[in-house]
Design a protein around this ligand. Structure first.
Ligand code: CP3
Length: 351
């Protein structure tokens, strides 16, 4: 079997599968003892630039859990770091920018990058990983322009996105220039991963749920569309994910992707109604429930599988694995999903 015939890629395309595929956002990370042992204490941005280390951290969850896809060990702020915009990632906190983006002069701190010349470490990591994975597909990823912009403008993680929204509404021209530049960076990063052998990509717009639909449509969606359209010719399935995006799902479906990732707030059958029949769904077990006793996890997971409807469903959490998660719970979840009865066949189009 090749990666192209894998349950994961078939599900992305809405084709029949013999089991629902499963992987976990943030499956590599602090919930794994082998991650803590291998990763060391340096900056994650340094670890990401070491292909042997980054490849090993990508492979660890595949070995332990038997998930249906690997996701590259990297971060959404890597392209802006490569472009020279000063950004650090603080353990336990996330991306931090000491001199936040505030004026047109800051655009020049985002040097244009090229997929071929600036991401050699990514190319090398992807090649190492793909050689080891055999038929298991590798997912490449990038941040969507809005979510990355929020870190640059706020200077770090945010609750209210007040500065970001102030810039979006107060200086729409500068805002759209920023999002445009970030779209180019994310696209170059994704194309480097796909050219090196990634078989699918996910765009993380983790914080888009902070926006009203009209704001999202006017000020954010065009830049995400630019990233998604830029990948179209490559032919790899695109997964578009955000948290708290129940009211944005129709707009996200219009943006153009094979799969939309949904958090736990919207049941998957309702998400499908909002998305329409052309789009596969990914999700959406609440990651917090993975800290509950197994019978709770099991019942919730069966509910997700039932509402996911089998074909065109990729099982995942509704957001990333929490660091406190017991790895055995995720191992049992993979087993449960794989052993669940075969999904019903894709309904034939009516007469
Ligand atoms: O999913 C995977 O296992 C692949 C690796 C991955 C990381 N970051 C590694 C990482 C992925 C897909 C990401 C994406 C990412 N990074 C997102 C989108 C996903 C989401 O959670 O919404 C966001 C918002 C970021 C920004 C970021 N980087 C945050 C919020 C943090 C967490 C800070 C913390 O310590 O809790 C990081 C750091 C980070 N990125 C870690 C890992 C494994 C943990 C810190 C470390 O090991 O140094």
């Amino acid at each position: 079997m090749s990666a192209a015939d894998s349950a994961f890629l078939r599900a992305c395309r809405g084709q029949p599968v013999d089991h629902v595929p499963v992987w976990f956002m943030r499956q590599a990370g602090r919930s794994l003892p082998e991650y803590r042992a291998t990763r060391g204490s340096g900056s994650i941005l340094d670890a990401i630039r070491q292909p042997d280390l980054a490849a090993e951290l990508t492979l660890q969850p595949v070995r332990r859990y038997g998930v249906d896809a690997a996701i590259l060990f990297s971060d959404i702020v890597v392209p802006v770091a490569v472009s020279g915009f000063g950004v650090e990632v603080e353990a336990g906190r996330g991306p931090v920018v000491r001199e936040p983006f505030a004026s047109p002069a800051d655009l020049s701190r985002l040097r244009p990058v090229s997929a071929q010349q600036d991401f050699g470490f990514v190319t090398e990591t992807v090649k190492l990983v793909v050689a080891e994975l055999g038929p298991v597909p590798l997912i490449g990823f990038a941040g969507a322009p809005f979510t990355v912009a929020s870190y640059l403008v706020e200077g770090g993680p945010s609750r209210h996105y007040a500065r970001t929204k102030a810039l979006m509404h107060g200086d729409p021209e500068l805002w759209s220039a920023l999002l445009d530049r970030l779209a180019e960076l994310s696209l170059a990063f994704l194309l480097a991963q796909v050219d090196a052998g990634a078989s699918a990509v996910q765009i993380f717009d983790s914080w888009a749920g902070a926006l009203a639909p009209d704001e999202y449509a006017r000020s954010v969606l065009p830049a995400s569309v630019k990233v998604l359209h830029g990948l179209e010719a490559s032919g790899v399935p695109r997964i578009h994910f955000g948290v708290g995006t129940g009211e944005l799902l129709q707009l996200m479906a219009e943006a153009g992707s094979e799969v939309v990732g949904v958090d736990w707030r919207v049941p998957l059958d309702e998400a499908r109604r909002r998305l329409g029949p052309q789009v596969a769904v990914q999700g959406n077990l609440d990651p917090a429930l993975c800290l509950a006793p197994w019978d709770v996890v099991e019942r919730a997971a069966r509910g997700v599988l039932a509402r996911g409807g089998g074909t065109g469903h990729i099982f995942n959490l509704g957001h990333g694995v929490l660091p406190e998660t017991d790895p055995d719970t995720l191992a049992r979840l993979v087993q449960l999903v794989h052993e669940s009865p075969s999904p019903p066949p894709w309904p034939e189009p009516g007469p």
